[in-house]
Design a protein around this ligand. Structure first.
Ligand SMILES: [Ca+2]
Ligand SMILES: [Ca+2]
Ligand SMILES: [Ca+2]
Ligand SMILES: [Ca+2]
Length: 279
């Protein structure tokens, strides 16, 4: 995410050291998030941590509905912190803070009403916008403005039903996609917004595990983390293998999300909690 590079550099200097597309069918099976910035699960309770540690949440918000609706997480206004949004049909509703009643942005986008949304800073200008992959396709439609209009970028990548994640994998300031083909634990990372061969492939975790992408160490590039039961297994690099950090956070049926909630340049975790009758 473009501006994050600068923020991270500034934060590091100051301290001199300081979010699938998932198949709709899998939503009913397990907490399923995916993608830097998108959580596909249900519940209206969001528990956020500002440090890379377990324990209780630093802040809790109520947002949106309790139903199965994707919650998008992005820095829509480019001010350095990430806030929520939702997609209802083809309409995106995005907030610049967690507590306002009315969204800051409301617009329609996408060729069909059944698609998976994604969030990223495709053009590297520092603010996040959205993308859609229509169900059962491999085509991504990207938009660089938070307004209705045609896609600014369209390309095909990955396999049908592959989970897709977005992040700044190479730390150059713009976000691109990685896909995990259905039934595998292999992440196929692409560093440009185009089809073609993966730039990098690595294996991590188990095929069905929920994945989020973020920059936990504040070095400017994104890696992935897995959610397994009530633990997060965090990688600092796209190397696969053993997690660099393991965190116990939340309950079994919580679903993970990630973002820079406090704008300090470091992504941390959050949980979306389902209504308790489902606990
Ligand atoms: Ca923001
Ligand atoms: Ca942008
Ligand atoms: Ca990049
Ligand atoms: Ca942070």
């Amino acid at each position: 995410m473009g501006e994050k590079i600068n923020r991270r550099a500034a934060a590091a200097a100051a301290a001199l050291a300081a979010v699938g597309g998932l198949m709709a069918t899998s939503v009913v099976l397990a907490p399923s998030g995916a993608a830097h910035g998108v959580n596909v699960w249900h519940g209206d309770t969001y528990l956020l941590k500002n440090t890379l540690a377990g324990g209780s949440a630093d802040v809790t918000y109520t947002f949106g509905d309790t139903e199965y609706l994707p919650t998008l997480i992005g820095d829509w206004d480019g001010d350095g912190d990430e806030t929520p949004g939702e997609l209802i049909g083809r309409r995106f509703l995005l907030w610049d803070d967690w507590e306002s009643e009315d969204p800051a942005y409301s617009f329609t986008f996408g060729p069909t009403s059944s698609g998976t949304p994604y969030v990223g800073d495709w053009d590297g200008d520092g603010d996040d916008t959205i993308a859609v992959r229509p169900s059962d396709t491999t085509t991504f439609y990207l938009r660089n403005e938070l307004a209705s209009g045609p896609a600014d970028v369209t390309f095909s990548y990955g396999q049908r039903w592959a989970d897709a994640y977005t992040g700044d994998w190479d730390g150059d300031g713009d976000d691109t996609f990685a896909v995990r083909p259905y039934g595998t634990n292999a992440f196929h990372v692409r560093n440009v917004l185009a089809g073609g061969r993966a730039d990098l492939v690595f294996g991590f975790g188990r095929p069905w595990e929920t994945v989020v992408a973020g920059d936990w160490d504040g070095d400017g590039d994104d890696a992935v983390a897995l959610h397994r039961e009530s633990r997060l297994y965090v990688l600092h690099g796209l190397t696969g293998g053993t997690a660099d950090v393991t965190i116990a956070f939340g309950r079994l049926w919580d679903s993970p999300l990630t973002g820079d909630w406090d704008g300090d340049g470091y992504d941390t975790f959050g949980l979306r909690r389902a209504p308790c009758e489902y606990c």
